[in-house]
Design a protein around this ligand. Structure first.
Ligand SMILES: [Zn+2]
Length: 389
């Protein structure tokens, strides 16, 4: 009887001490995450000067949970294509050590293996960061910022993948994690298009990777704003939205790297519906990164994602999703004709649709070039553009 009590006492003591030891351990392990922001924009810029910045590209969602969709197009595929293009730009650059988590065929072998084999470690990681984070908030060492935008709750599998990516990034000393998404709003009816424009999500200010993420986001916003309209969804009106609970950008201090989530625009915007235009999204992201590294001059031509271009066909008014028109819009943009003077960039995106914006811009171009016409896209206009681009 006595020894039973003895064992019970031992078990109780063990049960009491282990979490204490464990918590203490975690505190040491995670302390740097909270009390010293150990990855700053200055550090990341220094890595660039040294010739190696590690970037992880994460096209949003996966084949099981494909995000939003529009007319048969799925977010999962469109953002994978942006990711593949961005990978190309960065890999070609030479200063970036770049990893793509997923392409159009799904997760790379490395990541699908990682999620399966490391599942328990990732689950432990999730518990650890949250235990510590809750402790910090309970003792009022940090205060959680209010959440302005509601994020969909994710299932366990997605949780493992998203926190797993953060853990992987921490373990591999990644400088920047870029999540790529297309936006939507809840309750949208199929014909509706209430909102458009890009927005950028970053960790809120109490999180350890806030500063570097915010700095990067500001440069991305600056570049995108030169060409694209920012979101007109009221809560996204500053284009950069700080979020305390988005796993992708490091909820609960789970990410050491800069964490930025791009919502390039709304899924129904035509600019995401051709291969060529998806390339622009990747190119602007690359430009934003170079701007962050104060190397924006490196890209002399803002439209090298499309030029040189050869226009071979006439296009009739009201045609939609024509790469020839997107390229013509880009050309007219560069020449200062697009959008036409009385119209805005929001009304006139580079989207491949031949409507009033393009017609007016073409008419002004034709006037300047001495071409007879009223905004048609015919042989003389094509010849003039082919000569210039
Ligand atoms: Zn998404």
């Amino acid at each position: 009887m006595k020894y039973k009590i003895f064992i019970i006492i031992i078990v109780l003591l063990f049960g009491l001490i282990t979490p204490l030891l464990w918590l203490n351990d975690m505190r040491n392990y995670l302390a740097s995450l909270f009390f010293v922001n150990d990855l700053t924009s200055a550090d990341v810029r220094a890595h660039y000067q040294q010739g190696s910045v590690s970037i992880l590209i994460v096209p949003g969602h996966d084949n099981k949970n494909y995000g939003t969709w529009y007319k048969g197009m799925k977010e999962v595929d469109l953002v994978a294509e942006i990711g593949e293009n961005l990978y190309e730009y960065l890999a070609r650059d030479g200063r970036f050590n770049v990893t793509l988590v997923r392409n159009r065929n799904g997760y790379t072998q490395e990541f699908s293996d990682y999620f399966t084999k490391q599942k328990n470690n990732i689950a432990f990681f999730i518990r650890s960061v949250w235990t510590y984070f809750n402790e910090l908030t309970r003792t009022q060492q940090i205060a959680i910022s209010p959440q302005k935008v509601h994020h969909n709750r994710v299932n366990r599998k997605t949780q493992i993948a998203l926190y797993g990516i953060n853990k992987w990034a921490n373990d591999h000393n990644i400088d920047i994690v870029l999540h790529l998404h297309l936006n939507d709003y809840s309750g949208r009816r199929s014909w509706e298009r209430k909102y458009d424009g890009f927005s950028i999500y970053i960790p809120s200010k109490e999180l350890p990777n806030h500063e570097v993420s915010q700095e990067l986001a500001r440069h991305l916003r600056k570049v995108f704003s030169r060409y694209w309209a920012a979101s007109n969804l009221p809560v996204e009106k500053s284009a950069i939205i700080e979020s305390p609970l988005l796993i992708a950008t490091g909820a609960a201090g789970s990410l050491r790297s800069a964490g930025v989530l791009m919502e390039y625009g709304y899924i129904y915007e035509s600019r995401f519906h051709t291969d060529l235009m998806l390339k622009e999204a990747a190119f602007r992201t690359y430009q934003g990164l170079l701007a962050f590294f104060m190397d924006g001059e490196k890209i002399a031509d803002d439209f090298s994602w499309v030029f040189p271009y050869e226009w071979e066909r006439n296009i009739s008014f009201e045609s939609r999703l024509k790469e020839d028109i997107a390229a013509a819009q880009a050309a007219l943009f560069e020449l200062g004709f697009y959008p036409p003077p009385d119209m805005t960039r929001r009304q006139c995106p580079i989207n491949g649709n031949f409507r009033t914006c393009t017609k007016k811009a073409l008419a002004n171009f034709q006037k300047q070039m001495g071409i007879a016409g009223n905004g048609e896209f015919g042989p003389k206009t094509r010849a003039a553009l082919n000569k210039l681009f």
